[in-house]
Design a protein around this ligand. Structure first.
Ligand SMILES: *[C@@H]1O[C@H](CO)[C@@H](O)[C@H](O)[C@H]1NC(C)=O
Length: 386
């Protein structure tokens, strides 16, 4: 041990031994700290992502656009807590949205946001994420904690399924219902739950599944497995394939339901400019896909370097919440072939989880906001990019 008094009046030899002592102490402490951290970090098991399957995006929406400058409206401000997905019921002119507080809210649309009516419709007791509606007005819900639910027009909640092949659905995320009644939904990860979902990215293994539910047999089938966080699902306009997105691989694939490719899977859109969430067809030749996160350097490094993921996993465990490092987000628009033709990006639109075009307005859901953002598309026409 070195006494401070010895430091204040050092002789030459004392000075040397003092600095030696300090270095030794410092090195020992540093080695112990690093070793402890390495041992800690090593408890997080990570694997490499198949990075040979991804590359830089070909099309990136402009980061500055007229929409970011002016003219967005807030729908249901303060009443819609973290509205994740949005589904529109044209006959009654209402949208349903699943909120972070467990409520599915019903919003009666109107031209002026001041005249919108927001009602609490049903509380799922879980975390309603993806929503879909059939012809009769029944709403299908991918509830992160509960599984696949059906809510009848009069608000009765029924659990349709919460497991497939003996494995419980870990995080039901996206859902779509076909005209013939078949329901397609995603299990983002069977290993983690909604609260611990980021650990799935940190681990790097594909725990996601695309599932189908047949209401006539009540059977749940796995139709695609080993997916890297299975998220949004949507049907093609003539319902010959179902699109499903893998958030962490920045791509969406399609599973053919009919025709000569029936049962096959191929890539619909890859190397997207961000991480895909919900995707919706607009009935007019375009898919609107939400990108909560941009393909930032931070994401690229996280995906590429396992030690970065271990550090994040450690941080997640001890902070319980990740600092909000991802800012840019928004929606991209894809044509029928899966080519990105434009989009709306903004620094304040990070965590955008859905984008639905209704008439000439775009409605954006976001897990990080307390309202739905509405954008007038007549005033802010889509800018085509190439
Ligand atoms: C959108 O903008 C157009 C042109 O300014 C206007 O005519 C229309 O009423 C607006 N729509 C809504 C829903 O505000």
């Amino acid at each position: 041990m070195v006494k401070l008094t010895e430091i204040s009046k050092p002789t030459t030899t004392q000075k040397r031994s003092t600095s030696w002592g300090f270095s030794l102490l410092f090195s020992t402490v540093a080695i112990v700290v690093v070793a402890m951290l390495v041992i800690q970090l090593d408890t997080y098991e990570t694997v490499a992502f198949p990075l040979q399957e991804v590359s830089e995006p070909m099309y990136v929406p402009a980061r500055k656009n007229s929409a970011s400058l002016s003219g967005v409206e807030k729908v249901g401000s303060g009443l819609l807590i973290g509205p994740e997905d949005i589904v529109y019921e044209p006959k009654s002119g209402v949208i349903y949205t699943g909120c972070h507080d467990g409520w599915i809210k019903r919003v009666t649309l109107s031209v002026s946001v001041a005249d919108l009516v927001v009602e609490n419709w049903v509380h799922t007791g879980g975390q309603p994420l993806g929503l879909a509606i059939d012809e009769s007005g029944d709403v299908f819900v991918a509830d992160a904690y509960k599984g696949l639910l059906k809510v009848s027009v009069d608000g009765k909640i029924e659990l349709l399924t919460d497991e497939a092949e003996g494995i419980k659905v870990g995080l039901a995320d996206g859902v779509v219902v076909a005209k013939n009644g078949m329901v397609y939904f995603t299990d983002a990860t069977y290993k983690y739950n909604y609260r611990s979902a980021l650990n799935d990215l940190m681990e790097g293994r594909p725990h996601g599944r695309l599932l189908s539910y047949d209401p006539s047999t009540k059977e749940t089938k796995v139709i695609a497995r080993d997916l890297y966080f299975a998220n949004g699902v949507e049907l093609s306009p003539n319902q010959d394939f179902v699109i499903f997105c893998e958030t962490f691989m920045r791509r969406c694939s399609r599973y053919y339901l009919h025709g000569e490719k029936k049962g096959y899977i191929d890539v619909f859109a890859k190397n997207l400019p961000g991480l895909p969430d919900n995707v919706r067809y607009d009935g007019d030749g375009h898919y609107w896909m939400a990108l909560p996160w941009d393909n930032s350097l931070l994401f690229t490094y996280t995906q590429k370097y396992q030690f970065v993921r271990k550090i994040f996993a450690f941080t997640l465990k001890h902070l319980r919440k990740m600092p909000d490092l991802m800012k840019f987000g928004g929606v991209i628009v894809l044509d029928l072939e899966g080519k990105v033709v434009g989009g709306y990006y903004d620094e304040t639109w990070g965590m955008t989880s859905s984008g639905v075009k209704i008439g000439e307005s775009l409605y954006l859901g976001s897990v990080a906001k307390t309202y739905i953002t509405r954008l007038n598309l007549t005033q802010h026409p889509l800018r085509l990019i190439s």
